[in-house]
Design a binder for this molecule. Structure first.
Ligand code: SF4
Ligand code: SF4
Length: 148
């Protein structure tokens, strides 16, 4: 198996940005008031909706958007026209599969999608339902390609 490329992981990550609203909500003197609001059924319900989650995320109070939609992978395909044989998909595959050409043969594939995420050319495509993975790609897809 190829050595796992660790260079990118030694980077310093950016500090999480905070804003006035976040500083107020997480102020330790005010916490008991916000905790009381947070414990109400209505707020609980609001947090569980997609829109509520988005608002909390956009406001900086929550660090992520949660989705209950499943990821259903039907197939992964490799497009040789887009591929420049950089080898990243193979280097990051935990199963050491014969990539990129062997992507179509799903035997031994964990469906972790590391190959899909690291490919700099979009030469690997996914068929199926993206579910919660849509939001992950939206938020982190470009960052992952920069790090690897
Ligand atoms: S999805 Fe994961 S296990 Fe399957 S080929 Fe890609 S990197 Fe390898
Ligand atoms: S990462 Fe993408 S471009 Fe690189 S070899 Fe694999 S499929 Fe080709």
């Amino acid at each position: 198996m190829d050595a796992f490329p660790m260079d990118g992981l030694a980077r310093t990550f950016q500090q999480v940005e905070s804003n006035l609203l976040v500083r107020i909500v997480f102020n330790h003197r005010l916490q008991r008031y916000f905790q009381a609001i947070r414990a109400t059924r209505f707020f609980d319900y609001l947090c569980s909706t997609h829109m509520g989650g988005k608002i909390l995320y956009k406001s900086g109070i929550r660090q992520d958007i949660f989705s209950h939609d499943d990821l259903l992978i039907e197939n992964l395909t490799h497009n040789p026209q887009l591929c420049r044989q950089c080898g990243k998909c193979k280097a990051y595959c935990p199963m050491d599969r014969p990539l990129p050409e062997g992507i179509a043969d799903q035997e031994g594939c964990l469906q972790c999608l590391y190959c899909y995420l690291v490919c700099p050319e979009q030469a690997i495509s996914l068929q199926g339902q993206f579910g919660f993975f849509n939001e992950q790609i939206h938020q982190y897809g470009a960052h992952i390609k920069k790090i690897v």
